[in-house]
Design a protein. Structure first.
Length: 329
C-alpha cells in the first residue's frame, strides 16, 4: 500500500518528559519557509505526500469564497474552523445554513457531540442528541453548501470528488501549492482530502496567509480576507483553550491544526512552517510549530513560554507539574 514517509525518514520533533525522564518521543518531518518562500529548514522527509486533513480548510474556504459566496469576519473564520461546538460556534453554522435556506440535515458531516466540555455537559444535561451541527467541520460544510446554492450545483452529492465544488477546491489547492495531489481519500468529515507534500502544503498556506487585499487577482484578495478573519476572530477557529485559538490570540500567528499530527503556521512576518508528527498525535504539533518559528526569529521564545500553561502541555504527577511536552528541534 502507498503511504506517507517512514520512521526511518523522520526526525525527533518533541519529547514527553516526566520527572527528568524522557517517557515518550514524537518523530516526524517539518519544513520552514522564509517570508520570501525560501526553504530555511527541512527536517526529515518533506517531499513524500501526506494527508493535510483539516490543514486543507483554508484552501477549501478560499474556493468557496471565490465561488460567488462573500464570507467575511466570523463567517469566514468558521468556514475554515475545526471548532469545539460551543453555542457561539453553532450559531455561526446555523446562520450560514439559514443564509442558504437549508436545514441542518443538509450537512454531509457526521453527527457528533461538542468537544468543548461546557457545551458537551450542557447537551448531556438537556438530553439532546448528537447532531451534525456540533461536528468540528460543520462550518466548512455549511460554507460548501452555500457555494452549491449560489451556483445551482446539486446538494446531495456535494462531497463527491467529481462534483463541481470539489473540482474547484482541487484547482485552488493545485494553484496555491503548485503540486498535483498524489492521492485523494475521504476525510473524517466525509469531504475529499488530497495528499500533497509538506513542502507544497507550506508553500500553499504561505501564499494564502501573505496574500494582499489589494491584489489584482480575486483568488488572492479572498485569501487575504480569510487570513484577516482568522486573526481577528481566533475564537471561531477553535474554541476556549484550543491550541489554534490560543496561538492566534496570544502570538498573532495564523495557525491551523489537522488530524494525525499535521500543523501549519505562519508568523506575522510571513515565515511559515508545515509539519506532521508521524504517530498521528497532535498534542505536540502546536509547540513544535511555534519553536520552529522561534528558531527562525519569527516568534519570541519567551512569549511562547508564557502560553505554555494555556496550551496544556504540562505533565502532572498527582497535583504537581513534574514535566512537560516540549519540542526538541
Amino acid at each position: 500500500m502507498t503511504g506517507t514517509f517512514s520512521v526511518a525518514d523522520s526526525v525527533e520533533l518533541a519529547v514527553v518528559e516526566r520527572s527528568g525522564f524522557i517517557e515518550s518521543r514524537h518523530a516526524g518531518s517539518a519544513i520552514v519557509l522564509s517570508p520570501e518562500g525560501e526553504v530555511l529548514r527541512a527536517l526529515g522527509d518533506v517531499t513524500t505526500p501526506i494527508f493535510p486533513r483539516s490543514c486543507l480548510k483554508p484552501f477549501q474556504a478560499v474556493a468557496v469564497m471565490t465561488s460567488g459566496v462573500t464570507l467575511r469576519g466570523e463567517d469566514a473564520a468558521i468556514a475554515s474552523a475545526s471548532h469545539s461546538g460551543t453555542a457561539a460556534h453553532v450559531a455561526l453554522v446555523r446562520k450560514l445554513l439559514e443564509r442558504a435556506a437549508l436545514p441542518v440535515s443538509a450537512l454531509g458531516c457526521p453527527p457528533a457531540a461538542p468537544t468543548d466540555r461546557v457545551a458537551r455537559d450542557e447537551l448531556i444535561r438537556s438530553g439532546g442528541p448528537r447532531d451534525r451541527v456540533y461536528m468540528n467541520c460543520s462550518g466548512k460544510h455549511a460554507a460548501m453548501l452555500n457555494a452549491c446554492v449560489e451556483n445551482g450545483w446539486s446538494l446531495d452529492d456535494y462531497l463527491d470528488p467529481h462534483h463541481p465544488l470539489q473540482k474547484r477546491i482541487l484547482d485552488v489547492v493545485e494553484r496555491f501549492t503548485g503540486e498535483r495531489p498524489a492521492s485523494t481519500a475521504v476525510d473524517g468529515c466525509g469531504a475529499p482530502v488530497h495528499a500533497i507534500s509538506l513542502t507544497a502544503l507550506g508553500r500553499g498556506v504561505q501564499k494564502i496567509t501573505t496574500a494582499a487585499t489589494t491584489s489584482p487577482f480575486a483568488l488572492y484578495r479572498e485569501a487575504a480576507a480569510l487570513t484577516e478573519a482568522v486573526r481577528e476572530h481566533p475564537w471561531a477557529v477553535g474554541g476556549p483553550g484550543q491550541p489554534d485559538t490560543v496561538a492566534i490570540e496570544r502570538l498573532g500567528v495564523f495557525a491551523k491544526v489537522g488530524a494525525e499530527g499535521v500543523m501549519v503556521m505562519t508568523a506575522k512576518n510571513g515565515t511559515t512552517t508545515a509539519l506532521k508528527v508521524l504517530d498521528g498525535s497532535s498534542r505536540a504539533s502546536t509547540i513544535i510549530a511555534l519553536r520552529l518559528l522561534a528558531a527562525a526569529g519569527a516568534v519570541d521564545d519567551e512569549a511562547i513560554d508564557a502560553v505554555q500553561t494555556e496550551l496544556d502541555l504540562w505533565v502532572m504527577g498527582g497535583e504537581r507539574r513534574v514535566g512537560s511536552v516540549r519540542a526538541t528541534i
